[in-house]
Ligand binder design. Structure first.
Ligand code: NAD
Length: 253
């Protein structure tokens, strides 16, 4: 395992489970002081405890709802004060409330946009001054293969396409301050979400992946660790598909 985050402070939202937890593991294994935030108080404590067992520096759990501007600012300013730095921000928290567009309630529209898109905006807004003060920062936000459009996911797609525009704009605004901003668009990843799909539909989708199998959370964590590392210094404003090739589009084979 490389050691690219020694002395660095890394923030991960939605870090209590799934892809977020895999990234907490990865950044911590590479020497970072990781602060994981999640709205699920029990799960975030438990997750931090699990990772602490084999991490050089135990990760620090925080109970934060990323849709709450006061909570987000309190979290990120508090970390900057305790650690004296914020090097990497990973905007991973996200939810789904799938339905066809005419059946999406206004509440479900706002809930999905609020967690994924507004939550990312609030965390970026709170983290940037601390990154600017040290002329260094890496911002990674979670889009999805769905950002190009997906049946039954108008709210999620709007949020995930919004992440692409937000990322490209932050890349421009951050560049003069040594801050890069990139997005990751995961494809089908082996998570509880994928497991919960009905078998035939899941198999059909997996069959469309050129690499012919779903990804693992560790594949996403490896991509995030690269984009979050100092060596990714000349990469900004990109959407990195980590999807086994499914984002390429249709294939006749
Ligand atoms: N799993 C996949 O295959 C996949 C594919 C494409 C994109 N993504 C994206 O990757 C990210 C992680 O996905 P996942 O499958 O690990 O999700 P998950 O549901 O397993 O975990 C999401 C975490 O976010 C937390 N969370 C929800 N609302 C929050 C809030 N308001 N404030 C703070 N934390 C909150 C949850 O408590 C949970 O711990 C999401 O943005 C998702 O849209 C996932």
């Amino acid at each position: 395992m490389p050691d690219r985050f020694t002395d660095q402070t890394v923030l991960v939202t939605g870090g209590a489970q799934g892809l977020g937890l895999a990234m907490v593991h990865r950044f911590a294994a590479e020497g970072a002081r990781v602060h994981l935030a999640d709205v699920n108080a029990d799960a975030v404590q438990e997750a931090a405890g699990k990772v602490a067992a084999d991490a050089p520096i135990p990760p620090v759990p925080h109970v934060v709802d990323v849709t709450d501007p006061v909570a987000v600012t309190g979290w990120i300013d508090g970390v900057a004060e305790s650690d004296g730095r914020v090097d990497v921000l990973v905007n991973n928290a996200g939810i789904i409330r799938d339905n066809r567009v005419e059946k999406i309630s206004v509440e479900d529209w706002h809930a999905v946009i609020d967690v994924s898109l507004t939550g990312s905006f609030l965390c970026i807004q709170a983290a940037m001054p601390h990154m600017k003060s040290r002329s260094y920062g890496r911002i990674i936000s979670f889009s999805s293969m769905s950002w190009r459009g997906n049946f039954g996911q108008a709210n999620y797609v709007a949020a995930k396409a919004g992440i692409v525009g937000l990322t490209r704009t932050i890349a421009l605004e951050g560049a003069r301050h040594g801050i890069t901003a990139n997005a990751i668009a995961p494809g089908l990843i082996q998570t509880p979400m994928l497991a919960s799909m009905n078998g035939p539909a899941r198999d059909l989708l997996i069959g469309k992946v050129p690499l012919k199998h779903p990804g693992e959370p560790e594949d996403i964590a490896a991509a995030a660790a690269f984009l979050g590392s100092p060596e990714a210094r000349y990469i900004t404003g990109v959407v990195l598909d980590v999807d086994g090739g499914i984002g390429i589009g249709s294939s006749i084979r």
